[in-house]
Design a protein around this ligand. Structure first.
Ligand code: GMT
Length: 378
């Protein structure tokens, strides 16, 4: 198939999922065209099966807001015609599903039928999409998509609760390429980060309020009082400065490393002993899955789709949002006993197997094929 993929090319989970999906589809023989404003961060492999088409928005002083969705829908029309793209898969409803619908309409005028698959990722529904400013257009474009998927059952239920949805929503969970996460990798330069007797705790996110990164620091503060430990904070975002201040106020700044955004997530996870994800809400929690794939157990909140990813007492533990005491207690219970830690690490890796890329990507292929054949019959 010739498949167009529209996504945010930045460090967010939806962009990572879209990129990994495109790479895997290309390995499975499909021709993949990424259409977005920048080459996706994890897309190193451009080749005969993977193409990138840049959406350029010309700055014009009259516009207070530059019209990205207009440029995107024009680019989609042009690329579909030029490369005979058969189906387009948009990740994150805003504004991608809306722009794809416009492209579909324009192509229809030219006698070309373009089926659109929309994947809902989380904040496009729970935080941003359901806001009255956007709701009408988001609901419309979800209902006009030829197929809709969501990354967890929890997100599907949120979508049905927040919008008036007339379309079916298929749950296709996020996935992981286990071969990219070298469990048992020994050359991970752990000694550069911590002493042998110290445990390494890691958090990776976009440091937005929804991630509750102050809770990460507070849990770490409690843990390091009884177990020698270091904290790795990976990412950039609006809450970073406040988190640095909190570390200074608690007197633990020498035990916390702020990395910024990193392309070496697997290297950092390789020397981590525990991952903390205390989010207010999370449709899935891809970062937790990446941690588990590297054999890192997860201490998380129990909100949204996280319980579908992290199993309490097996791959880690779940607590109520904001229950720092419970999270600290759970973290200490895993880290204080080497045999318990070894077992949780093994179970975390086992849990990640449920989301093996080789089992999930065929589900998207089946959706593309069904959508294409349904559209042929119209
Ligand atoms: O977590 C974010 O703020 C970024 C956001 C995104 O658009 O990349 O993540 C969402 O999609 C990810 C990939 O499907 C999910 O793993 C995250 O749980 C989801 N974030 C939220 O629901 C807050």
């Amino acid at each position: 198939m010739k498949i167009g993929i529209v996504c945010y090319p930045t460090f967010g989970g939806s962009g990572v999922v879209a990129t990994e999906l495109g790479i895997e589809l290309s390995k499975r023989g499909h021709e993949v065209h990424f259409i977005t404003y920048k080459q996706p961060v994890r897309l190193e492999l451009l080749g005969s099966h993977v193409h990138f088409h840049e959406v350029v928005v010309q700055e014009y002083p009259l516009f207070h807001y530059q019209p990205y969705e207009l440029a995107l829908s024009s680019k989609l029309v042009d690329m579909v015609k030029l490369h005979q793209i058969e189906i387009v898969h948009v990740h994150y409803a805003i504004p991608h599903a809306y722009a794809a619908y416009m492209a579909k309409k324009m192509l229809h005028e030219a006698g070309v039928y373009l089926p659109v698959v929309t994947t809902l990722h989380g904040t496009d529904i729970t935080l941003v999409g359901s806001h009255p400013f956007y709701k009408t257009a988001v609901e419309f474009s979800i209902n006009k998509s030829d197929a809709v998927t969501s990354v967890s059952e929890s997100l599907k239920q949120d979508t049905l609760r927040l919008f008036d949805i007339t379309n079916d929503i298929h749950v296709v969970t996020n996935f992981i390429d286990l071969e990219k996460h070298n469990y048992g990798f020994t050359d991970c330069q752990r000694s550069m980060m911590a002493n042998d007797d110290e445990r390494i705790i890691t958090h990776i996110s976009n440091f937005r309020p929804v991630k509750r990164i102050q809770d990460v620091i507070k849990v770490f503060y409690n843990v390091q009082k009884s177990i020698p430990a270091k904290l790795m904070m990976v990412g950039e975002g609006p809450e970073k400065e406040a988190a640095e201040d909190l570390c200074a106020n608690l007197g633990i700044e020498d035990k916390v490393v702020f990395f910024g955004n990193s392309n070496e997530i697997d290297r950092i996870l390789c020397f981590s002993d525990l991952f903390i994800l205390p989010s207010e809400t999370e449709s899935f929690g891809l970062a937790a899955l990446e941690a588990m794939a590297s054999g890192v157990p997860v201490i998380s909140s129990n909100s949204g789709g996280i319980p579908e990813v992290n199993t309490h007492g097996f791959s880690g533990y779940l607590s109520n949002v904001g229950d720092v005491e419970d999270m600290s207690h759970n973290a200490i219970s895993i880290l204080s006993n080497p045999e318990v830690l070894r077992q949780f690490k093994q179970q975390a890796r086992q849990q990640a197997q449920k989301f093996n890329i080789h089992n999930i990507v065929p589900k998207y292929e089946a959706i593309y094929e069904n959508t294409l054949s349904k559209c042929m019959q119209l």
